[in-house]
Design a protein around this ligand. Sequence first.
Ligand SMILES: Cc1cc2nc3c(=O)[nH]c(=O)nc-3n(C[C@H](O)[C@H](O)[C@H](O)COP(=O)(O)OP(=O)(O)OC[C@H]3O[C@@H](n4cnc5c(N)ncnc54)[C@H](O)[C@@H]3O)c2cc1C
Length: 424
Amino acid sequence: MTPGDASQSERPTLRDRLVAHAASVGVVSSGRPAGDRPARSVDALIIGAGQAGLGVAYWLRRITGLEVQIIERAAVGNSWLERWDSLRLFTPRRFSALPGMPFPAGEDFPSRLEVAEYLRCYADRFRLPVETGHQVRRLTKSGGVFCAETNRADIRARHVVVAGGPFAQPYLPPASRKLDGVVFQLHSADYRRPADVPDGEVVVVGGGNSAAQLALELSPTHRVTMVSPRPPWFLPVTLLGADLYWWLYLTGTLNARTSSPVSRYVRRRGDAIIGTDLRRQVQTGRVRLLTQRVTGASGQDLVLADGSLVPAPNVLWCTGYRPDLRWMDLAGALDRSGEPVHRRGASPVPGLHWMGLPWQTRLNSSIINGVDRDAHATAKRIRAMSTEVGRSPREIRQAQRDLGSLPPDQPGHDRTGRRPGRAR
Ligand SMILES: Cc1cc2nc3c(=O)[nH]c(=O)nc-3n(C[C@H](O)[C@H](O)[C@H](O)COP(=O)(O)OP(=O)(O)OC[C@H]3O[C@@H](n4cnc5c(N)ncnc54)[C@H](O)[C@@H]3O)c2cc1C
């Protein structure tokens, strides 16, 4: 991600269009009373209309012929709408496409609103069956059939793909609860622009791309101290004239298997910070960098691992996220800490599948670039189990023929491991 502006002038229009889209597809969140839809059944239910949910719907419709339904509590691509104003992807657009549709041409690193717009167009183009306004409140299973209870209806399915996003609930470390009440605290999930943070000193806690991007963004207007638990690891945006992602792709790093040595190295070392602007700000003293873990708080100070204190009138926590799965009511689906139990996205609960989890199969599983491969594998797994849904191969073939009106695949799309499609 590189900080930069998300073209403020176009923002209201684009956002309005995206939110309007939420009301135009499927069931409209038009203020109907809760539970207003009749109970119904589909073959495969997908929870979440972000990139992971759309990608798996694309493949399910293309190779299975099963009846698929995506349900979404807000708008298609909602997570991108909720992120901070200046957010641009750290992945270049030609490595940020879903199967079958290249990312449109433009500046190398798309803005968050462009991503949301791309996802909206994607759902429209492939006529993916999205119903918005469904907040899943409980998922249960009985007699081999899942039941998703939403605020609008009960939906039953033999297969459920959970694509609700791995970065759903902001995580705040315990130290945040020990700080004095006068300290201004904000998680990066709630940050939108520098004016959100009171003037003066701000401590940015975290060592990933969010922390780096926001420390940089705040440095012209605030005195910034960044507290990173490990030495930041900077990678240049371009290398020998080609963009970094091109090298990562060519060397097989981008889609390295989770168990590979390179993935193990990255997991140990933490995410690399894409771009070296922050390093320059640190070298020139415009951002103070402390490589320490925050272990506690006392009054208006943060306590670091070596016992030192950092005055913290304002704190911006860039301390990551957890999935939000409080609605999951299936024995064996989650471990004791509430994390999904799975093998390459397949849950031990038969018929339950995960999409978009970090390290689900590969290094790029939780970014757009990795959706195609994991979505295809998930759809194939569901197809292999499809006799369970009571359809014969002949019926499936017929259903596939019925879907023949779907637009054909675009040539050269980025199915990881193949040549990535160029932006149009
Ligand atoms: C700050 C930040 C920057 C990132 N930058 C990049 C980048 O530059 N490049 C890149 O490739 N990746 C990036 N990522 C990682 C990843 O691509 C995004 O997090 C992406 O949004 C994940 O897509 P997803 O479909 O898995 O989940 P989401 O986009 O989060 O979609 C999940 C959807 O499920 C819905 N949902 C969740 N729970 C329920 C429920 N109970 N009922 C109904 N609907 C529900 C949500 O409303 C949401 O629309 C970034 C992530 C973050 C946090």
